[in-house]
Design a protein around this ligand. Structure first.
Ligand code: SAH
Length: 258
């Protein structure tokens, strides 16, 4: 499609995709924490069916495919990410183990009821909301199947206004770990484990690779307002994280369907 035929909305989205496609991960995390979370899951065999929702370009899916048996179907809203995902899978010879498809997590998922052994979602469930995601996705899991998600979480009951306001305007469903664990139990899962991902998942694995991407992007699109505001927001997120990381971060939540 040429740029003249695109709406501003399409053009903005393709710029945002282009920016995030430059980096290996689109959210905080690391291969080590993905493996740590996988260590709690004990039911997987070569016949297992696994879903990875909001997979991005597939940083964590590659770790899943390399570390556990079974077939992974990964879903993301953005076709550009899925294209990169499937290209990477092929380059690594993992195309028979992991397949990316385009779809929205807010629609019914393209899986049979009670067909999945594991449903994974790193740094993405906020797009549907933690509670809604846990409740709606329960139907696709077999009894005894696992759900594993990472999610923005408060570490304390109270926090400075500046960071509170930032999260209330971007994702008001952020909550304390005990409250999220209670929501998981209410949604029909045994809360098997929860742990906070280390700071390096933000600093080394997410923010640092973005620095070069930000500089390159500003040079490529000088004066472009979408690019400038995207990068302003990215940089603000990093500044706020460094200032307030004692108060919030990402935690993994692992649950087993009852
Ligand atoms: N799991 C990846 C990406 C996290 S970023 C990682 O940890 O690196 C959040 C992802 O959710 C992005 O790839 C974004 O494209 C995707 N996303 C946003 N809204 C979505 C929706 N409605 N359905 C499916 N994916 C969505």
């Amino acid at each position: 499609m040429s740029n003249e035929n695109k709406t501003i909305y399409d053009f903005d989205f393709s710029l945002i995709c282009e920016y995030f496609a430059q980096v290996e991960r689109q959210g905080p995390g690391s291969p080590e924490t993905t493996r740590q979370a996988l260590d709690f899951i004990d039911n997987l065999t070569e016949d297992s069916r696994i879903a990875d929702i909001g997979c991005g370009t597939g940083g964590q899916t590659i770790t899943l495919a390399q570390y556990v048996p079974g077939k992974i179907t990964a879903l993301d809203l953005f076709p550009d990410f899925i294209q990169i995902f499937n290209r990477n899978a092929e380059c690594l010879g993992l195309q028979s183990r992991m397949k990316g498809i385009v779809g929205s997590m807010t629609d019914p998922l393209p899986f049979e009821k009670e067909s999945l052994d594991l449903l994974w979602s790193e740094g993405a469930i906020y797009n549907i909301g933690f509670e809604r995601g846990l409740n709606e996705w329960n139907q696709y899991l077999k009894k005894g199947g696992y759900i594993t998600v990472s999610e923005a979480s408060w570490f304390t009951d109270e926090r400075p206004d500046e960071i509170n306001e930032f999260w209330m305007s971007s994702y008001p469903e952020i909550d304390t770990i005990p409250n999220k664990v209670a929501q998981m139990q209410q949604a029909g899962y045994v809360p098997v484990a929860t742990f906070v991902i280390p700071e390096t998942c933000w600093t080394e694995h997410f923010f640092a690779p973005c620095h070069k991407a930000q500089d390159d992007f500003l040079k490529k699109y000088p004066g472009n307002e979408t690019v400038e505001s995207l990068i302003y927001n990215q940089r603000r997120e990093e500044v706020l994280y460094n200032k307030y990381k004692a108060f919030y971060g990402y935690a993994f939540y692992i649950g087993k369907k009852i």
